[in-house]
Design a protein around this ligand. Structure first.
Ligand code: ATP
Length: 352
């Protein structure tokens, strides 16, 4: 039996279908990321599970209990907010102890939690005397104090700078593993979702488009939305000119592009979108699947990698390559871009 089961969850605010039929399960100790653009219903999903909102329809069971029949304060769910929401007039120890202040041995528990989140010695400090990363550790310890059955994290790192975000996300993973706590983590940052989650649910307009391991959603997107949302892909609009058992060819303004894998029911003349990730595309080559005479207009450095942005007869393109090849990517240069057929994926345009 899964630890958490969410089934056919719906919530509307007036005419807005914030959550429009969501299903997923979570195993014990698993961390699931809800990933998607702003307004796709991530926070509303968390708030429905926590009990801050009531769904219009659907069921939520936690360890077999019907959660919707339980008052929010009795659900035994820990919640960490984006803005920490610490009590400013309480010190670190009092903040952490808040949910267990009447329990016996709560002082020992606070000491253990301080050690767990690496804040031992700071228990007398007030939130105004802490860095933002330390505040978020306090918020995490406070959520863990009552030994919740489920942890919900709502963009817990988005108020932090990039370096801190990276180190704290590994800390969250370590702590969550140590406590073996089933966790749902809402984020719009795909690097964060990829780095710490066992599974990712990619959301769009109140629905889950795809749920899978980070490598599944990255390498095998199941819809045009997921293919365009995850990573940086080249997107080419075209028309299907041949379809044969997964192998497919499209015509994009006179250019023929072929893929050896596609899913769906394609017919000649269908409007299609071809995706090729920037790290799969290559500079140079001629003939099949090559876009000729593309002009490099911008180069972007990402540490050991470099992204070249190009303009071409089929629209803007991107190619990512090792920075050691920087001498090949001077702005203004005209090159061809090769889309390896095995790295291209085609979706019907009406699906997007
Ligand atoms: P973000 O990443 O920007 O936080 P999100 O994916 O978490 O977005 P939600 O906050 O769940 O999205 O909102 C989903 C939709 O529901 C949005 O269109 C939002 O404006 C709407 N919505 C959310 N809460 C309310 C509310 N209390 N009243 C009216 N509309 C709401």
């Amino acid at each position: 039996m899964p630890e958490l089961a969410v089934s056919n969850l719906h919530k509307s605010f007036g005419a807005v279908h914030a959550v429009d039929g969501i299903d997923f399960t979570l195993d014990k100790g698993e961390i699931l990321a809800l990933l998607g653009p702003s307004g796709c219903g991530k926070t509303t999903t968390l708030r429905l599970i926590a009990g801050f909102e009531h769904p219009d329809a659907g069921t939520v069971t936690l360890q077999g209990d019907d959660l919707l029949a339980v008052a929010p304060e009795r659900r035994k769910i820990g919640f960490v907010f984006q803005n920490y929401a610490l009590f400013p007039h309480m010190n670190v120890a009092q903040n952490i102890a808040y949910g267990i202040r009447f329990a016996p041995h709560h002082r020992e528990r606070v000491q253990k939690l301080l050690a767990l989140v690496d804040l031992s010695g700071l228990e007398k400090r007030y939130p105004r005397e802490l860095s933002s990363g330390q505040c978020q550790r306090v918020a995490l310890a406070r959520a863990l104090a009552p030994q919740p059955r489920l942890l919900l994290l709502d963009e817990p790192l988005s108020a932090l700078d990039a370096k801190l975000r990276e180190s704290l996300r590994q800390e969250i993973r370590r702590i969550q593993r140590e406590v073996n706590l089933s966790t749902i983590h809402v984020t719009h940052d795909q690097d964060e979702a990829m780095a710490i989650s066992d599974h990712i649910a990619v959301m769009n307009a109140g629905r889950i488009e795809q749920i899978g391991t980070p490598s599944e959603v990255y390498s095998r997107p199941r819809s045009a939305f997921v293919a365009s949302f995850i990573g940086h892909a080249n997107v080419v609009e075209g028309t299907v000119i041949s379809a044969n058992e997964g192998a497919l060819e499209i015509d994009a303004g006179g250019l023929r592009l072929r893929t050896v894998r596609s899913s769906g029911d394609f017919h000649l003349g269908d409007d299609a979108l071809l995706f090729c990730k920037e790290e799969d595309a290559r500079l140079g080559g001629e003939g099949e699947n090559c876009v000729p005479a593309a002009r490099i207009i911008i180069t972007e450095y990402h540490g050991e990698m470099i992204s070249a942005h190009l303009e071409s007869q089929i629209g803007p393109l991107r190619v990512r390559l090792p920075a050691s090849m920087a001498s090949n990517v001077q702005v203004g240069r005209e090159v061809s871009v090769f889309f390896p057929p095995e790295a291209c994926q085609v979706f019907l345009r009406k699906e997007s």
